[in-house]
Design a protein around this ligand. Sequence first.
Ligand code: FDA
Length: 514
Amino acid sequence: TPASADSHENFLQCLYNYPENTTSISSVVYTQTNSSYTSVLDVSIQNLRFFNATSKPVVIVTPLVVSHIQATIICAQRHGLQIRTRSGGHDYEGLSYVAGVPFVVVDLIKIREIEVDVENSTAWVQAGATLGELYYTISQKSKTLGFPGGVCPTVGVGGHISGGGYGFMIRKYGLAADNVIDAKIVDVNGNLLDKETMGEDLFWAIRGGGGASFGIVVAWKIKLVPVPSTVTVFRVRRTLEENATGIIQKWQRGANKFNESLTIRIKMERVNSSKSGNLTVEAQFESLYLGRVDDLIPYMQKSFPELGLVREDCTEMSWIGSILFMAGFPNGQSTDVLLNRTQSDGLFFFKAKSDYVRDPIPDVGLEGLWPFLYEDEAKDGYIQFTPYGGRMYEISESETPFAHRSGNIFHIQYIVFWREKGDVAAQRRVNWIRRLYNYTEAYVSKSPRSAYLNYRDLDIGVNNDGYTSFSQASIWGFKYFGNNFNRLARVKTRVDPRNFFRNEQSIPPLISQG
Ligand code: FDA
């Protein structure tokens, strides 16, 4: 039912009258006429493509307590509004705050407490906290505990952990979602559930299947992982003239087999050659080693001599120092910057895609990639390879919804950024990345061509408006989840049979929707 102005008014009345709202909700409800509406909406938008979206929420609620979440879920259903839940707002396609139907944004920015239990190496982290806030809080309590989540500190744990989540400890400890031991979620009936009361299947689904299809995640209980008090990082650059292709070729054959304390990721982008001044491609080898440089150098000389790593390339630091280093902050930066919820480089328009590679890409395949990076559209774009192996291979494909485990050598992200406004500028970049993606088809996983949910890409398929059929959703569903897509649909059928929690890429229930 389309929501009318009347029903919006009724929705608000419903919120204000909700019986269990002991803490008043009215101070955290923003309608379009509220003078703070725009700033509350914009503050967590991370992709300029969706900054001035025409389809804005009818109301934004920034809950302070769980009963505010419960009230919004109940009242939105009664009054014909959909819900989009936002934690950090990093969704690549803006699904946490843009919708083509009348909707409410539940923005968890005020639900972001973090409690670290050093003795038991666990923490409760509420969904609206960012990774930076989490890492900062852990580091305040212990120098030898960490968490294997993503690299960008402004990412929200609500979306990130429910979609998988990885960073430079992926080979040693797997995904963020692999380290969740309990969770709290409010379901479609407004019930607050934990691991025990939500049931094994729902607890399985929200650790990689995306939270948005199942309810509103309030908090995660996570396992903190041991990290040495001193770790080693490096970032070394090799251009095509310096045999980047050959080094990448060697990397493809070793990076998933190296010692699991070592993760070497590659970022390929175009630069002007310092020698000739001509355009060339540079591969940046960025790495975290959970150990000392004295051990790393001989290991690299034996296992990956082609890179030519020397001691001067490396820096020893604390684990939290490595978080700042990987996020691109200058040496000596205070850890306080991790508490900043806005990206340090400012905002860009961007579009990204992802792939998985099961057989090394031959030289001819790599050489065909470089011309894409020479194109003007790629000026602010890059291709990134992240190695798997280690812990990722020990976890079975069905243990969580995240199916990309053993057999995948590495993961690719393609991303293009731009700052010029307008459709023409956007279309040029989007066309570029689509052409690049067409090109790589021959070299990546097939049937299905896999993708990473947290690098959301609506090009790989979307649900029909209104009625969402399993077969339509299968087009994108098997790419993100492999055969786990079937189980996700069964869980959805149990917990949200009428498909209230839905979006362009939400899991459909298996029965007809009312
Ligand atoms: P956002 O709030 O936009 O939510 C994303 C999705 O999850 C939406 O569908 C939303 O409705 C849903 N959701 C959010 N909170 C929820 C909740 N509490 N309950 C239920 N559903 C909820 N990934 C990675 O693995 N490693 C990395 O290093 C990075 N780095 C990175 C950098 C930058 C700059 C960006 C923009 C993104 C990344 N990512 C990443 C991708 C990131 O993991 C992904 O976008 C996450 O879904 C973001 O979670 P947020 O809560 O910030 O997003």
